[in-house]
Design a binder for this molecule. Sequence first.
Ligand SMILES: NC(=O)c1ccc[n+]([C@@H]2O[C@H](COP(=O)([O-])OP(=O)(O)OC[C@H]3O[C@@H](n4cnc5c(N)ncnc54)[C@H](OP(=O)(O)O)[C@@H]3O)[C@@H](O)[C@H]2O)c1
Length: 264
Amino acid sequence: MDLGIVGKRAIVTGGSRGIGRATARQFLLEGARVLICARDAAVAQIARDELATESKGEVHAVQADMSREGDIRLVVDTAVAKLGGVDILVNNAGTMYSGRFAALNDDALKLQLETKLFGFMRAIRLVYPMMREQKWGRIVNLIGGAGKEPDPYMFGSGMTNSALLNLTKSLSAEFGESNVLVNAVCPGWVDTNLWKKNAEGLRAELGAQSQEDARRLAAKKNSLNRFGKPEELANAIVFLCSERASYITGVSLNLDGGRLKSLW
Ligand SMILES: NC(=O)c1ccc[n+]([C@@H]2O[C@H](COP(=O)([O-])OP(=O)(O)OC[C@H]3O[C@@H](n4cnc5c(N)ncnc54)[C@H](OP(=O)(O)O)[C@@H]3O)[C@@H](O)[C@H]2O)c1
C-alpha cells in the first residue's frame, strides 16, 4: 500500500531510541522528511546519523527537553527552518510514572504531567496553525493502556494518560474542519529501554522471583502472550499519519497485543 506521505514533514519527539526511533525510521522509509529530538544530544546525533545511513532519507536531530516550553519552541522552529513546515507531529517523548499511591511523589508526578500532558499540548499549539493553514495535518499522541483501565501500580501514568485521551478526542473534534486528524495509540508493554528501567519495580509489584519472571507474568496478560516490538508500534503510528488514514480521527488505538479486555 502506498501511504501517500512522500515529502511530508514529520516531527517525532523522543526519536533517539525505542518506539520514537522505530517510527522515525518507518517515516523515512516511506519517503517523509523527519526531525527527531531528545534530551541526550549525543545519543540523538548518533540516532540521526544511523537513520540517515539506513534510509538515505532526510533526518535532523535537535537537543530538547519536552518538559520545557522554550525547548518545544526550538523543536518546532528548527523543523520550520530545516523542513519548511510541519505536516505530522508524533508526540512520543516521555517516560512512565509507575508505583502505587503510597509511593506517590508530587514532584515526579508534576514532571510526568509537564512532559506528557503539557509537553504534548504545547507542541500541538505550535504546529496546529501551520496544519490549519495548509488544510492537512496528522497528530498522534503516544499514551498508554492505564489511561483506559486504571491500574494501582500505574497510578501516576494512568492519571496523565486519561487526561491525554480527553485532549486527543477534544482536539480531534475541534480540528476536524481543517482536515487535521488527531489520534492516539495506547501501547501495552513494549520491549524498549523504558521497560528495562521499570523491570525491578514490576518484579516487586508482581511478586516475581526475577525480572525475567516479571516479564513473563506481564506478557501473559496479553492475548498474544509477548511484549510488543517498537517496529510493530511504528507501523500503526505511521499508518495513522498517512494519507490512507484520511477518515480516522479521535480514535485511541490499543497497541498492546490484546492486553486490555474491555470494549474500548
Ligand atoms: N515501552 C512501553 O512499554 C510503553 C508503554 C506505554 C506507553 N509508552 C509510551 O511510549 C513513549 C515512548 O516510550 P519508549 O518505550 O519508546 O521509551 P524509551 O525507549 O525510553 O525512549 C524514550 C525516548 O523519548 C526521549 N525522551 C524522554 N523524555 C524526554 C523529554 N523530556 N524530552 C525529550 N525527549 C525525551 C528519550 O531520549 P532522552 O532520554 O535522551 O531524552 C528517548 O528518545 C513514551 O511516551 C511512553 O510513555 C511506552
